[in-house]
Write a protein that binds this ligand. Sequence first.
Ligand SMILES: C[S@@+](CC[C@H](N)C(=O)[O-])C[C@H]1O[C@@H](n2cnc3c(N)ncnc32)[C@H](O)[C@@H]1O
Length: 357
Amino acid sequence: MPFDTHTAQRDPAAFADRLGEQINGAAVVTMISLGHRLGLFDRLAITSPCTSQSLAEACDLNERYVSEWLAVMVTGDVLDYDASSATYRLDPGHAACLTRSASPDNLAVVAQYIPLIAGMEERLLQCFRTGTGLAYPDYPCFHQVMADDSYQTVVTALFDHILPLIPGLTDRLNEGIDVLDAGCGAGKALLALAQAFPRSRFVGYDLCLEAFEPTRARAEELGLDNLHFEQRDLRAFDEPGRYDWIASFDAIHDQAAPDALLAGIARALKPGGVYLMQDIAGSSYLENNLVHPLGPLLYSISCAHCTPISIGQGGPGLGTMWGEETARHYLHQAGFDDIQVQRLDHDPFNVYFVARR
Ligand SMILES: C[S@@+](CC[C@H](N)C(=O)[O-])C[C@H]1O[C@@H](n2cnc3c(N)ncnc32)[C@H](O)[C@@H]1O
């Protein structure tokens, strides 16, 4: 009996203990997200140990709330507490996991997905009951969280790890080529590329103007004339033979028409052009994801965001965990015959498909 091995070994008391730990963990992670957004960890990394009063003053926050937040962090084993001096401390060895820096290590960025998901519960009750989907404006801060996340995983690794996935790409960017980021979101990768490679021309298309508007404004301030953003529904994308390099970062599985977009991307490449698709690491088969270290998180993001977003656009609702097998199939169907799959150490969430026609 296949189920016996999976459930019979679990004693009910141990199972209840584990659920209790998970509930506590969810509470702590929700508060970690708040601390990240309020800059509390960044301040603690500079001024630990400190009192609740001095921390609140340094962050320009109300002490009563900060004190309650600190109690969560201490009981959740995130911060240390010295009762004799009523001071709190962020262990310097743990700071990289919780503070802003030019590295991909800050897990507080990822923690933001938990309150984002939880905040959708009322809407999701309806989705489950009616089969309807949601739209980007239904999510109060999706684009901000996504931009924070992809800044860590994409922008900080762009030049040293991501561009080298495609041999010769950096040289070609230096010479001057045409580049598209399809579903660019905030477009911070494009901004970094446009600054680094002034001879190349960069285009970012996204359904949501508000996602890339701040970056477009920044590009204008910087006087960049090689970066162009445009609000586009990519279900009808068709610009044959226009680009040397097309990239998409976590932007295919929640599209209205992922198959049509991929076919459009294949057509849009010039001869010798290349497509880099970063998408979620995982299998298309649940049974292969049982020990996936991020399985519950990724399926939750799928359930609360990627699936309803695609369904809400009339799309197939592939979900975050559409998986490597389905992604390969879609790429192949779109006309890509040469597909290589690569992984990067800094980014356990994703795989990188390098695809050519
Ligand atoms: C998961 S986000 C990734 C954003 C960005 N690539 C990043 O890594 O930060 C997916 C993006 O796809 C865009 N998108 C979804 N459906 C789209 C459509 N039909 N046409 C164009 N863009 C779409 C969304 O607006 C969103 O910015």
